[in-house]
Design a protein around this ligand. Structure first.
Ligand SMILES: C[S@@+](CC[C@H](N)C(=O)[O-])C[C@H]1O[C@@H](n2cnc3c(N)ncnc32)[C@H](O)[C@@H]1O
Length: 205
């Protein structure tokens, strides 16, 4: 898996997630975000062009270090100070209450222990701060869900742990976040992979 996971997969994700059509979801997801942001699953910086000017700093966390190279153009074009601070969203090397907001885009689907990552995000995001999310996940109708559960074992092997059947708003609520707003709809692409959960969850004050 080494060459595939470390070299090919980050390049594939950069292309697949860096499209204009996904960009429209990013714009909506990142609306209203400001200040110091923590972003587990920073990848190749696909969110950078969509951050509003009110964001001053992004703490980037991702195990795929090739992402930092693939992000070079986006980093150079962005006024935001990006600091790479770690490799694992399940163990965030930041102080308690050190961030105004968090971002998860197409990442909670992949993190092995999503509750551990969410508990870390609750620790580092200040009370009243927000976690902006956009993830592909569990579809509403049972026939499609059945396909998603069938696809998951193969998906996990091919895409380094990625699931298509996670219920992201439910995970966020179970972790203690309060959903300020959320929406879900089909994006472009094959249905099992393209039911997107988008929204903003708030760290209770
Ligand atoms: C599908 S990509 C999404 C990248 C980016 N967030 C985007 O929206 O295009 C999933 C990312 O999660 C990263 N990832 C996987 N496990 C992780 C973990 N435990 N902590 C932080 N990031 C992780 C992967 O390396 C990959 O860059």
């Amino acid at each position: 898996m080494g060459f595939y996971r470390d070299q090919l997969l980050p390049r594939f994700i950069d292309k697949a997630c860096g499209t204009e059509s996904v960009g429209r979801w990013r714009t909506r997801c990142l609306e209203g975000i400001s200040g110091v942001v923590v972003e587990p699953g920073f990848g190749s910086g696909t969110n950078l062009p969509y951050y509003p000017p009110e964001v001053s700093k992004v703490y980037a966390i991702d195990p795929a270090v090739l992402g930092q190279q693939l992000a070079a153009e986006r980093l150079a074009a962005s006024p935001i100070d990006v600091e790479f601070v770690g490799l694992d969203g399940q163990r965030i090397p930041l102080d308690d209450n050190s961030c105004d907001a968090g971002v998860l885009t197409f990442t909670l689907c992949t993190i092995a222990d999503p509750m551990a990552a969410l508990s870390e995000l609750r620790r580092v995001i200040k009370p009243g701060g927000a976690l902006h999310f956009c993830e592909h996940g569990l579809a509403p109708d049972e026939r499609l869900q059945a396909w998603q559960f069938r696809i998951d074992p193969v998906q996990k092997r091919l895409f380094d742990g990625c699931h298509v059947s996670r219920n992201h708003p439910e995970l966020l609520t179970n972790a203690g976040f309060e959903i300020a707003w959320s929406d879900a709809d089909f994006a472009d692409g094959p249905k099992p992979w393209s039911y997107f959960h988008i929204g903003k969850a708030v760290q209770p004050a």
